[in-house]
Every structure is written in structure tokens, then in C-alpha cells.
Design a protein around this ligand. Structure first.
Ligand code: HSE
Length: 424
């Protein structure tokens, strides 16, 4: 372990957008007492901004190097990231990761490894880039019952939506811009299909409520099928479409999570969160509403979160997961419903979608852009038909809060409404 006089020796695994952003910040602040001692990357042929002798092409060499005080894992291969991070934790190492997909799949196991072997794992950079939301939930709100944690958790899709609504850009060029600026995942379908914000919602649920959700069971609907008609439909009502992830406690005490595009009005603080910025609303039982906003993607903003974790590890910080012993049950999707807006350019496809979702033909509506549909749909049906909806290119957005079905309401659980207006 580094003494006060020796720099903390960091082993950096991955030198993409986040890795370079972190490296750059460390180089610009020599007074921090940090040294990126070794860097591991996968591809020896890729051009890089540092001399080739700065790199190794075998990440396992960093695992075997006991002189490294902290390992920072910022690669985008979730399976390899899990192999490396879990191996490091088995050695009792101090580790920082930014890999949200890996964390969402393996968090219970990783927390167990941390406890069993005495290491430490921090991952602020995995959720909402520069916004310190995990530490806020884990430490500051460790004993505050939370009504909801919700927001815009993906910078790339928010960037695309902003460009489409402000500049009238088409979807394709707007996505290409988000990719060029280093906001998007290597596979941008993870961003546009809302898989990435779903992973982030799953991670936040562990800190906000103590629950480890299965990502596959969390509804994620994205914006791959969005068109100018949808943007214009919202604008005509004074609204915008934003991809909103939410984890919330229902009146029956259970927790529900989902990620979907949502029609929002100016009363929501998310309305003005644009480009790659993210915004997180935390509704505390006693504290009331809080709103965090900041850059959700990009090398320097995300590198800043990695840096904060490295410095926190030096101080001995670990996450507390204080709510795990009192974790509530997860609300089954078959007792939830959503009021949705659906559109497809081909009315024949839209009619078929109505049968999938058991909506009546009367759900069809017309505006100046063509035909769309609205109606209240059981959440389970959207989960069951999620892949078909994506494959058919149907755009789906919710028009309000998730609600308990009549069956659940009859059982006395009632309809829970997060007071977004109060947060404005
Ligand atoms: N692709 C992610 C996003 C990067 O656009 O938000 C930050 O996690």
C-alpha cells in the first residue's frame, strides 16, 4: 500500500473514452499523488495517443502485479470485465469499475466477494457519468426511506432526442453525432434500446432500496423507432419525449422499476435536461425532493467519477448497502399498468400491435402526422411483447406514472403518484 509520500499506483484496464479521460485528468493533477503505473489494452494494432511501451496486452499481468494499489477496469466487454473484477476481488484488491452492464448482472456476487475477501469495489462512473448519485444514495440517504429515484440515465439517447426536437435532425445523423462525441456504447443499440439505462436503474435499486433486481425482468423500451411525428406530437402538446428510468416504492411497500420513453411537460425538471446531460430525481420520505443534474457521458465527466472513486478507495471508503436487510419485495409486473402512446407508419402493423396488447380498435387516434394509438396496458404484456415491438419498429412512450392494476387496487394497495410537479 502506498505511504503518504509514495503515489498510489493504479493499474488501468482499458484505454477507450473513459480510460483516456481518467488518464488525462490524473496527468493534469500531479498533486493528487496518483500514478497510472500500468495500462492494459486488448488490441495491439489500434493507434493510441501514448507510446506503445506504456501498454501491456494482457490484463492478467495487472492482476498478478501486487505493487498496484488500485485496479481501474474501464473496458466495454461485460463478460471479460466480470472475469477481471471478480478475480481481483478474490485477491482482496481495491477495484473501480465503470461497467454498468456487468454490475447489473453480477452485483450480488460481487458484493459477496468484496465481503468474503476483504477487498473494495466502487463504481460511481457506471451510473450517470459525472453525477455522484450512487454515493448520494448509499451514504447520504442510507437510512432515508425513498419514494422514488427516477430520471434520465442515458446521455446518448437524450442527445439524439435533443437534436431531433431542437434542430429537427433525423434519428440516424443525430445518433452518429452522439457516437462521434464518444457518448455511445460500442453497440449503440444498448443506448437506443434502453438496455444501458436499465442496467443503471438496477444498480441504483441496490443502493436506494437494497434490492438486487434481475435486469431481464425490468421493462426497457427505447427510441430506435422514434420519428419526427412523435417529436411533433409531443411538441404540439407542449411536451417532450425523454427516456425515463424509474425505481419507486408503491403504497403497498413493494418496489417497481422500468425504463421507457415518456411524454413530459415543463412541470418536470427533466424537461430541460438536454444533450448528453442526465438528471436524477430523488424523492425522500422526509427530505423531500432532490434533483441532481450533470453530464452523463463523455471521457472527462466519466473519468472524473473514476477519479473520485480512486481517491475514495485511498480513504478507505466502501459502499454500505445499508438497506439490504430491510429490502422490500419487488412488485410483480402483472399487477402494474401503463398508459401508453404507440405509433407505427403502417396502420396495419399498429392494428396488429393492438391485438398483442389487448387494446380495442377504438384505441386508434389520428393527428396531422397520421395514425397512433393510446391506452392503458398491463406492464406484463409490454414485457412479454417487448422484443416483438422492437422488431416491428413500433414506437412506444408512456403518458404518465406506472400504476397498480384494478386487481391490485382492489387488494388495497392504491395508485401511487410521484409528485414530479413538486420537484419542478
Ligand atoms: N453510453 C452511455 C450513455 C455512456 O450514453 O449514457 C455513459 O454510461
Amino acid at each position: 500500500m502506498a505511504s503518504d509520500k509514495q503515489p498510489l499506483r493504479i493499474g488501468l484496464i482499458g484505454f477507450g473514452c473513459v480510460g483516456q479521460g481518467f488518464y488525462d485528468i490524473v496527468q493534469q493533477q500531479p498533486g493528487l499523488g496518483l500514478a497510472v503505473a500500468r495500462i492494459a489494452v486488448k488490441n495491439p494494432d489500434k493507434p493510441r495517443p501514448l507510446p506503445a511501451d506504456r501498454f501491456t496486452y494482457h490484463a492478467d499481468e495487472l492482476l498478478a502485479d501486487a505493487t498496484l494499489d488500485v485496479l481501474v477496469e474501464v473496458i466495454d466487454d461485460a463478460a471479460e470485465a466480470f472475469r477481471l473484477v471478480s478475480a481481483a476481488l478474490r485477491q482482496g484488491r481495491r477495484v473501480v469499475t465503470a461497467n454498468k452492464a456487468m454490475l447489473a448482472r453480477h452485483l450480488p456476487e460481487l458484493v459477496q466477494l468484496e465481503q468474503n475477501f476483504g477487498g473494495a469495489l466502487l463504481y460511481e462512473a457506471a451510473v450517470c457519468g459525472s453525477i455522484p448519485v450512487i454515493r448520494t444514495l448509499d451514504a447520504y440517504f442510507s437510512h432515508e426511506p425513498l419514494r422514488a429515484v427516477l430520471g434520465i440515465f442515458n446521455g446518448s439517447s437524450n442527445y439524439v432526442l435533443t437534436r431531433m426536437s431542437e434542430e429537427g435532425s433525423d434519428y440516424g445523423p443525430a445518433l452518429a453525432e452522439a457516437q462521434a462525441q464518444g457518448f455511445a456504447e460500442t453497440d449503440p443499440a444498448l443506448d437506443m434500446g434502453a438496455f444501458d439505462p436499465r442496467s443503471k436503474a438496477v444498480i441504483l435499486a441496490a443502493h436506494a432500496y437494497g434490492v438486487f433486481l434481475n435486469p431481464d425482468e425490468v421493462l426497457n423500451l427505447g427510441i430506435e423507432a422514434i420519428g419526427a411525428a412523435d417529436i411533433a406530437h409531443a411538441a404540439a402538446r407542449g411536451q417532450k419525449i425523454k427516456v425515463v428510468a424509474s425505481v419507486q416504492r408503491l403504497p403497498n411497500g413493494r418496489v417497481a422499476a422500468l425504463v421507457t420513453p415518456q411524454l413530459l411537460g415543463p412541470e418536470s425538471p427533466l424537461f430541460t435536461v438536454e444533450h448528453e446531460f442526465n438528471g436524477v430525481l430523488v424523492e425522500g420520505e422526509y427530505a423531500g425532493p432532490q434533483f441532481l443534474r450533470g453530464r452523463g457521458a463523455g471521457g472527462h465527466p466519466t473519468g472524473s467519477a473514476v477519479l473520485a472513486d480512486v481517491l475514495a478507495l485511498r480513504r478507505g471508503l466502501r459502499y454500505g448497502y445499508a438497506k439490504r436487510p430491510t429490502a422490500p419485495a419487488v412488485q410483480p409486473a402483472d399487477e402494474l399498468a401503463l398508459d401508453v402512446y404507440l405509433r407505427h407508419a403502417d396502420v396495419g402493423v399498429l392494428r396488429e400491435v393492438l391485438t398483442w396488447l389487448e387494446l380495442p380498435a377504438a384505441a386508434l387516434r389520428t393527428d396531422v402526422h397520421g395514425v397512433y394509438a393510446t391506452g392503458v396496458v398491463p406492464l406484463l404484456r409490454l414485457v412479454q411483447w417487448r422484443d416483438e415491438l422492437r422488431a416491428a419498429g413500433v414506437f412506444v412512450a408512456r403518458r404518465g406514472e406506472v400504476r397498480l392494476t384494478e386487481v391490485a387496487e382492489a387488494a388495497g394497495s392504491g395508485h401511487y403518484q410521484v409528485d414530479e410537479a413538486r420537484l419542478a
